[in-house]
Structure formats: structure tokens, C-alpha cells
Write a protein that binds this ligand. Structure first.
Ligand code: HEC
Length: 120
């Protein structure tokens, strides 16, 4: 009885240690998570940038400047990821800054997602 409960405690402790290790090793540089990027896009970006990234979201008409068309492959050819990332983190009138709402890895994921619009 006692031995059993000790063993299960050891197992729970081991699993806990493993999950800690997992979060330590989840670092930027790993492959972008497109599914996560899609979720973030739909929640925070779609209203301006549009369902398929054409810059025709429901809110786009109210903006002082229309967002770019991300389904045009030429668009990303001229823009390195670092520049795109900077806009998402810092914002660019009339686009708000997402620094407080997105982690660095979230920004990478959502950028990978918008870049995929031009590949369809
Ligand atoms: C309030 C509307 C709005 C929201 C919400 C918004 N954007 Fe934007 N975004 C814009 C506009 C307008 C521009 C163009 C700004 C310019 O060219 O000066 C832009 C520019 C960008 C750019 C820079 C490239 C370009 O088009 O010049 C990226 C990348 C981008 N947005 C990604 C995102 C992502 C990712 C999200 C969600 C996390 C998001 N945006 C949310 C309106 C928005």
C-alpha cells in the first residue's frame, strides 16, 4: 500500500519534471505552428486584413489606409520576415501594436500564416 503510493508519487513527480523540461526547450527557432497562427489571425487580424489576406476585412473600409494584399506573391518577396515582425510588434498607423498581446513565437506563427496566403 505504502510502496504503491510512493511509486505513484514518483511517477507524478517525473511527469512534472518532464513537462518543465518541455517548456524550457520550447524556444524560438523551432518550426512555425500554422494552426496557432491561423487562430491568432482569425481572432486579431482578420477584421482588417480579410479572410484571405486581401486587405478587405469588415473593418478595412473605416481605416485611413487599406492593408496590403497578402495573396500577391510579389508582396512578401520585397519584405523580409524581420520587417513584417516589426510592424506586428510595434504597429504602423492605423494598425495597432500587438506587443502586449502576442509572444515572440506567436508573432512568428501568425506571420508564417499570412505568408501562406500568397502560396495558395
Ligand atoms: C485595425 C486594423 C488592423 C489590424 C487589427 C491588424 N492590421 Fe496589420 N495592417 C493594417 C494596415 C492598415 C496596414 C498597412 C499599414 C501601412 O502600410 O502603413 C497593416 C500592415 C501590416 C503588416 C506590414 C506589411 C504591410 O502590409 O505593409 C503586417 C505584417 C501586418 N499588418 C500583419 C498583421 C497581423 C499579423 C495582425 C494581427 C495580429 C494585424 N496585422 C492586425 C491594419 C490592421
Amino acid at each position: 500500500m505504502l510502496r504503491g503510493s510512493l511509486r505513484s508519487r514518483a511517477v507524478v513527480g517525473g511527469l512534472f519534471a518532464l513537462s518543465l523540461l518541455g517548456s524550457v526547450f520550447a524556444r524560438p527557432g523551432e518550426a512555425a505552428d500554422l494552426a496557432k497562427g491561423e487562430k491568432i489571425y482569425k481572432m486579431m487580424c482578420l477584421k482588417c486584413h480579410g479572410e484571405t489576406g486581401k486587405g478587405d476585412g469588415p473593418k478595412a473600409k473605416e481605416l485611413s489606409k487599406k492593408p496590403a494584399n497578402y495573396s500577391d506573391p510579389g508582396f512578401f518577396a520585397k519584405r523580409p520576415d524581420e520587417d513584417l515582425k516589426k510592424v506586428v510588434i510595434e504597429g504602423k498607423e492605423p494598425m495597432p501594436s500587438f506587443q502586449a498581446r502576442l509572444k515572440d513565437k506567436d508573432v512568428d506563427d501568425v506571420i508564417a500564416y499570412i505568408k501562406a496566403f500568397s502560396k495558395k
